[in-house]
Design a protein around this ligand. Structure first.
Ligand code: D8Q
Length: 114
């Protein structure tokens, strides 16, 4: 039993770290393009180009519904947000720059939490 308890405790503590990381991402001044799903009815071409849309509100819902099994699966969705942003936006654009800033910020957060 001890071993099973140990695994689940690690997952819980990892998920607690995910909640803190997500809160810090959402609070960043450059988070605004990523707070809610991109509206593909407004942003022409988005649905065709971006096969796996992701945003911070979706990540929060998945976290609340216990759909992340580890820090790694959580990181996969956060990086998907930034990868989608790079694919769809020019580097030299407001949203493109916000994406690069947020990815750098996230990488620095992860260094602190290690
Ligand atoms: C991440 N991203 C966001 C938008 C956007 O317009 N977001 C609305 C913010 N209120 C457009 C393209 C894109 O790649």
């Amino acid at each position: 039993c001890y071993k099973i308890a140990q695994i689940s405790k690690d997952d819980n503590s990892q998920l607690a770290v995910c909640r803190v990381l997500l809160a810090e991402l959402e609070a960043h001044k450059d988070a605004w393009p990523f707070l809610t799903p991109v509206n593909h009815k407004v942003i022409l071409g988005y649905r065709k180009v971006i096969k796996r849309p992701m945003d911070f509100s979706t990540i929060r819902r998945k976290l609340n519904n216990n759909l992340y099994f580890s820090l790694e699966t959580f990181m996969g969705d956060v990086n998907l947000v930034f990868d989608n942003c790079e694919k769809f936006n020019e580097d030299d654009s407001e949203i493109g720059r916000a994406g690069h800033n947020m990815r750098k910020f996230f990488d620095e957060l992860l260094q602190l939490k290690k």
